[in-house]
Design a protein around this ligand. Structure first.
Ligand code: PLP
Length: 440
């Protein structure tokens, strides 16, 4: 465990807020990773954000390499998104009726991701995967689900499952409160392991509703699919009458205008049946979606028998923010993301190499992570081989120098198109000392 090292930064305001928060909120946070448990120390309470910069309640500024875990692809408080949000808010906050921006956002997604003919809007990535799962089960009349260790799809009961003892055996709950009966419907397999998928389908093929996979995993750090893996999933699911759900909540509209699908292209044997989206498509507001072929989506209520709904689904402010964000994700934005990501990752790699810290940088388009292990990471076991204590020291040195990395070694580093040369320069300056701290 890394030792907390809030030495050179004034954090009394954040510390006081954490204490207040702990009294009324479990752990003081509304999403566990924010609590800094993996790295120790005091989570920074952020008061405001602009472009690539976060400012905490003590007045400290940080270059933001979390970007709200993906959504802030244009940077914070982008003027065009701000304008869209302010205009939408002036027209009212929530109608509970259909509204035009919902149509426009759906059209924008359908236009970008070829195999997606229809989408249903929801309010979080968790809801998107939960609903896609229900749709897959409803469409196939089967209940079992295959997922991969290290892939995160939100806190959906059957997807909060950990691998059982044998490859094709049923999974175990990965959280208290998940019933064994729910985990028993899930088969958890090692990522990038075609033989394991074949074996699971050989044993349970006619009971499996779907395989769900992150399009290119980012939740164990960035572990792209090995050549042919996505095509193998497509082939095997087709052979057994199961559906393929590709979760683009993190990669969607970030890796390319059409997400990971736009980079990798259509798998041999055809497109995935269902896609899930979130993060970027909400522009920092709660909007997410699941979608796919029109014939499948027609099984949803009100046209079909699979029930799904949401009071705030398609919220007018969230859809305005998402639409404005997508409309401003121009080719120049993706070019800039590439430059920013490569400049920072290359410099991190050089600094770590000079300090003698084993590491590996892995990519999915401009999405990247720096693993603190010298070996290529192909699955969750590989990711777990990292030196997490070294990452904790690295993280705290960067934080003390005004760069806010994800507070866990198992995450992607997110950049935005607003990371200008000043912000990048700030990161580059901080890296050598942080690398030496990691080596210590
Ligand atoms: N799917 C993926 C790939 C994600 O990365 C996440 C969140 O990080 C989710 C689903 C869940 O999304 P949310 O946190 O909006 O519920």
């Amino acid at each position: 465990q890394a030792s907390p090292s809030d030495t050179s930064t004034e954090t009394t305001g954040s510390a006081a807020l954490l204490e207040r928060a702990r009294a009324v909120t479990p752990g003081g946070v509304n999403s566990p990773v924010r609590a800094f448990r993996a790295v120790g120390g005091t989570p920074r309470f952020i008061a405001s954000a602009q472009g690539p910069w976060l400012t905490d309640v003590d007045g400290n500024r940080y270059v933001d390499l979390i970007c709200s875990w993906g959504p802030m692809i244009l940077g914070h408080a982008h003027p065009a998104v701000m304008d869209a949000v302010q205009q939408a808010a002036a027209r009212g906050f929530s109608f509970g009726t259909p509204s035009e921006n919902e149509v426009a956002l759906a059209e924008e997604i359908v236009r970008r991701v070829d195999p997606v003919e229809q989408v249903r809007l929801v309010s979080s990535g968790t809801e998107a995967t939960m609903s896609a799962l229900r749709l897959a089960r409803g469409a196939t009349g089967r209940s079992k689900v295959v997922k991969f260790a290290g892939c995160y799809h939100g806190h959906v009961d059957p997807l909060l499952a950990a691998a059982g003892s044998g490859v094709a055996t049923f999974a175990l709950p990965d959280s208290a409160g998940v019933p064994a009966s729910s985990a028993h419907e899930t088969i958890v397999l090692p990522y990038n392991d075609v033989a394991a998928v074949e074996a699971a389908f050989a044993e349970h093929g006619d009971e499996i509703a779907c395989v769900i996979t992150e399009a290119s995993p980012g939740n164990m750090g960035v572990v792209p699919p090995a050549e042919g893996f996505t095509s193998a999933l497509r082939r095997i699911t087709r052979e057994h009458g199961a559906l393929l759900i590709t979760d683009e909540v993190m990669t969607g509209f970030r890796c390319s205008p059409a997400g990971w699908y736009g980079l990798e292209g259509e798998p041999d044997g055809g497109a995935p049946d269902l896609f899930t989206f979130g993060k970027v498509m909400g522009g920092g507001f709660p909007a997410a979606a699941f979608g796919g072929r029109a014939d499948l989506m027609a099984r949803l209520a009100p046209d079909g028998p699979v029930y799904q709904a949401g009071t705030l689904a398609g919220n007018p402010i969230a859809t305005a923010a998402g639409l404005a964000t997508l409309q401003h994700c121009t080719p120049e934005v993706y070019d800039r993301l590439d430059v920013v990501a490569h400049t920072i990752a290359d410099a991190a790699s050089v600094a770590l190499a000079q300090a003698g810290v084993p590491h590996t940088v892995q990519w999915a388009g401009s999405m990247f992570s720096v693993f603190f292990t010298g070996d290529e990471v192909r699955d969750y076991d590989g990711a777990k081989a990292q030196d997490t204590a070294a990452y904790g020291r690295f993280f705290h040195s960067m934080l003390d120098q005004g760069v806010h990395l994800p507070p866990s070694a198992f995450e992607a580093w997110f950049v935005s198109a607003s990371h200008d040369d000043d912000a990048i320069g700030h990161v580059l300056q901080a890296l050598p000392a942080a690398a030496r701290a990691a080596a210590a």
